[in-house]
Design a protein around this ligand. Structure first.
Ligand SMILES: [Zn+2]
Length: 362
């Protein structure tokens, strides 16, 4: 990490760490340290080392803008809450939207120069014309021309000297998990980094070393080189591409991907984080049903059941002097028992829902 890389952010920046979830962020040096926008479990703490010494700070190059509209977001929140029996009162679009925190997730971009001898088989499409005889409804044979595309394979060798730009690779250990829950990012809208980006959202710092990430970039480089050799041969296909490239001048930068984070309070008042894809609005978070709400409903139903049982008992006692009341009392007791049993249903539903494995998405 050099001085020039740090100035590439265009602002004085500092690093901060969440003591609960260990996520590290880069934010403007003058900014107040907020609550961790990933777990909302604690306030961020300044990182003891100078930012300069952090191994994972590389200059930003491209940024994907936030695209999701507020009304889209409300709909996604409603969909997220749907299917939760007795969702907590705090899990509503207004509350979630009022706590939105923009964050940028990093991905590595690597540039590299490659020199190599290569060999491959390249394929050319060609059409074969044949005739098919068909018996028609009119009662006669018809001949039909059929065009079929086949591939002619030819071996090729060559030498290649190329510069490759911006091969992507995950910069977070948990990137695969995050992308599985949220969905991946479309990179077509990427634009050059501008320094106001750090003012707009916290930048999550990579926790995966560039050397590690190279393993993911290498297959892409291989595929890109194979495709270029296909183009050079003016062929439609390529297979069995082999090369042993000499690679030089690997240069790592960052692509910043938009993410909103927010939370709702569960019954215990604990914040439950919700992550929202900044392009599609897809939500991911823990879905918790509210035992408190279920208990309230159970108490009301239980109270009504108790009242019916009490009245029925009075009716049964009174039936000693007024016999027709015995029937009323008996029906009342059955009703009361059924309603008393029904009062347990909300509690059982919440218990069963909250027992499900903790994961989510909408
Ligand atoms: Zn945290």
């Amino acid at each position: 990490m050099s001085e020039t890389e740090l100035t590439a952010w265009g602002r004085d920046v500092r690093a901060a760490l969440c003591p609960v979830c260990d996520w590290t962020y880069l934010l403007p040096a003058a900014a107040r340290l907020p609550r961790c926008p990933h777990c909302f479990g604690a306030e961020l703490e300044p990182v003891a080392e100078e930012v300069m010494q952090l191994p994972y700070v590389s200059p930003p190059e491209l940024v994907l803008p936030f695209e999701v509209r507020p009304e889209e977001l409300s709909q996604q929140v409603l969909r997220f809450a749907e299917g939760i029996p007795y969702p907590p009162e705090d899990l509503n679009p207004q509350a979630l939207q009022s706590r939105l925190q923009p964050v940028y997730l990093p991905a590595w971009l690597v540039d590299v120069d490659a020199v190599a001898h290569w060999q491959a088989e390249v394929g050319f499409d060609y059409e074969v014309l044949s005739h098919q005889e068909q018996y028609s409804d009119a009662g006669s044979w018809r001949s039909r021309e059929v065009k079929e595309t086949r591939i002619r394979w030819e071996p090729r060798v060559g030498r290649l000297q190329r510069h490759y730009d911006n091969l992507p690779a995950p910069a977070l250990e948990r990137a695969a998990e995050l992308m599985r829950d949220l969905g991946s990012y479309r990179v077509e809208t990427a634009r050059p980094y501008a320094s106001n980006v750090v003012e707009h959202g916290l930048v999550r710092l990579p926790d995966r070393l560039a050397d590690d990430a190279w393993r993911d970039a290498e297959p892409l480089l291989h595929a890109a080189a194979a495709d270029e050799c296909r183009q050079a041969a003016r062929a439609e296909h390529v297979r069995d591409f082999r090369w042993a490239p000499q690679l030089q001048g690997r240069h790592w930068t960052l692509l910043l991907q938009p993410l909103y984070t927010t939370f709702y309070h569960d019954d215990a008042g604990q914040p439950q984080p919700v992550l929202i894809h900044g392009q599609t609005g897809k939500l991911s978070g823990v879905r918790r049903a509210s035992l408190k709400r279920a208990q309230r409903i159970a108490l009301i139903l239980g109270g009504i059941a108790a009242a019916i049982l009490l009245l029925s008992l009075i009716a049964l006692v009174a039936s000693v002097v007024l016999p027709p009341l015995a029937l009323v009392g008996a029906i009342g007791i059955v009703l009361g028992i059924i309603l008393g049993g029904a009062a347990l249903i909300p509690l059982v539903r919440v218990w069963a829902f909250n027992r499900k494995p903790v994961s989510g998405g909408s």
